[in-house]
Design a protein around this ligand. Structure first.
Ligand code: GDP
Ligand code: IMO
Ligand code: MG
Length: 429
């Protein structure tokens, strides 16, 4: 048995959903460990496309157990809508889907607070997904959050809700000049949510532990990406959770010694949604070309993603802070018509060449990317399943990236579908 952690190695949307779906074939249990419905993980099965936000991307395999760990923040309405969508597609979740009783809840006032805060930041706004993620994690750390387990104690739930509303309505009124929220409609909605969620609520750390004892492979699914991690990302232009590999241990409840393999998902170029520095970003026609070929629009919000060349400084940094054992390279096919293909190998800062990613935002913002050029292969790689079948120049590009990020590729993806994958080696071994 092995425990495998899948993380995003750039700014999210690397193709984690596709990779997790494929790796679920051999897993006994798939677990989401952080983030919330800010994530949008796409899985393509034959003609159908599924976008998962909270539920692990393994759920489309009919028999597999899936769970949402304590590190995730859950908006009950969003979760229930997602379950309904999956059940409408004739997939049964009964007895194989669980949520942690210690996961925190996203409450209606979190949405109001986030809206107010983003508006007040003006040009300096983070460009969040508007899902209430930041305020929910703020409450968690401030020890005033409501947790899934609180739903099972209605009196306590009501007491905590009223206390939080009293506090936050003052902020909402005075700072953001919005209407205060009333407790009654929230309480009524949460009674309905609780009835629906009750059968899913569990001690998920124990479920993971039991699966480990049974000798199953455990697949831990990260959301967002390393550069959006609250500690290791481009703060403050980050999300509010631990998207790096360490988040799997705290977000699910097992020790670091249990992790056998950390797999980073790496897009063959770079994208980012929302504000913040992005050294290898391109503009104009190139940006448009990436967006149209790569379909680079947010899976959650539909916002256009900012696009740029592969940034080896970023991914080398991700390899370090996550301790990547291997990586899955995705969207190689999107580069089929680009020639030449620049690769960012370092940054120049005030005349000095940097090969390590600067975590100081004021330095990062002043960095100029240093590129080397790879020749394009200008022929289709879509759907190829053997490394040797790739055009020589595509093979050279892949090998060069491996060199630069000091991490081998265990998978190479050549299209959105399950079958469009080169399996170099098995990350569970
Ligand atoms: P995630 O958030 O990391 O799961 O990634 P998203 O689902 O937000 O975005 C990745 C997009 O790329 C989705 O539309 C996938 O269907 C698509 N995709 C994944 N792998 C490949 C690939 O190898 N080639 C192409 N062309 N598309 C891919
Ligand atoms: P997946 O899992 C890309 C970005 C937002 C914003 C910042 C903070 O699909 O890769 P938040 O709503 O989390 O407070 O927003 O983080 N962001 C993502 N970008 N992919 C995601 O998820 C993201 N989740 C959040 O755009 O810049
Ligand atoms: Mg996504």
């Amino acid at each position: 048995m092995a425990t495998l952690v899948v993380v995003g190695s750039q700014w999210g949307d690397e193709g984690k959903g596709k990779i997790v779906d494929i790796l679920t074939e051999d897993a006994g249990l798939v677990a989401r460990y952080q983030g919330g419905h800010n994530a949008g993980h796409t899985v393509v099965i034959e003609e159908s496309e599924f976008v998962l936000h909270l539920i692990p991307s393994g759920i489309l395999h009919a028999q597999k157990q899936c769970l949402i760990g304590n590190g995730v923040v859950i908006d009950p309405a969003a979760l229930i809508e997602e379950v309904d969508d999956i059940e409408k597609r004739n997939l049964d979740l009964k007895g194989r889907f669980y949520i942690s009783r210690n996961a925190h809840l996203i409450m209606p006032y979190h949405l109001a607070l986030e809206k107010g805060s983003e508006n007040s930041l003006g040009d300096g706004k983070i460009g969040t997904t508007g899902r209430g993620i930041g305020p929910a994690y703020t409450d968690k750390m401030a020890r005033m959050g409501l947790r899934v387990g609180d739903l099972l104690h209605p009196d306590l739930f009501e007491q905590k809700l009223r206390a939080n509303l009293q506090h936050y309505n003052t902020v909402i009124r005075a700072l953001y000049h919005q209407e205060p929220l009333r407790a009654e409609p929230i309480l009524q909605a949460f009674v309905r949510h609780t009835e629906r969620m009750r059968p899913w609520i569990a001690d998920t750390s124990l479920l993971v532990h039991n699966a480990m004892i049974r000798g199953e492979h455990i697949l831990c699914e990260g959301a967002q990406g390393t550069l959006l991690d609250i500690d290791h990302g481009t703060y403050p232009f980050v999300t509010s959770s631990s998207a790096t590999a360490g988040g799997a241990c705290t977000g699910l409840g097992f020790g670091p010694g249990r992790v056998d393999h950390v797999l980073g998902v790496v897009k063959a170029y770079t994208t980012r949604v929302g504000s913040g520095p992005f050294p290898s970003e391109v503009q104009g026609a190139l940006d448009e070309k990436f967006r149209s070929i790569g379909k680079e629009f947010g899976a959650s919000t539909g916002r256009p993603r900012r696009c740029g060349w592969f940034d080896a400084v970023v991914v080398r940094y991700a390899a370090r802070v996550n301790g990547l054992n291997s990586a899955a390279l995705t969207k190689l096919d999107v580069l089929d018509t680009f020639d030449p293909i620049p690769i960012c190998t370092g940054y120049r800062h005030k005349g000095t060449l940097l090969s390590d990613f600067p975590t100081d935002l004021s330095i990062l913002e002043e960095c100029e990317p240093v590129y080397e050029e790879a020749p394009g292969w200008t022929t289709s790689t879509i759907g190829l399943t053997e490394f040797d079948a790739l055009p020589q120049r595509a093979q050279d590009y892949v090998r060069r990236l491996e060199d630069l990020i000091q991490t081998p590729f265990s998978l190479i993806s050549t299209g959105p579908a399950r079958t469009q994958t080169i399996r170099v080696c098995d990350p569970y071994r």
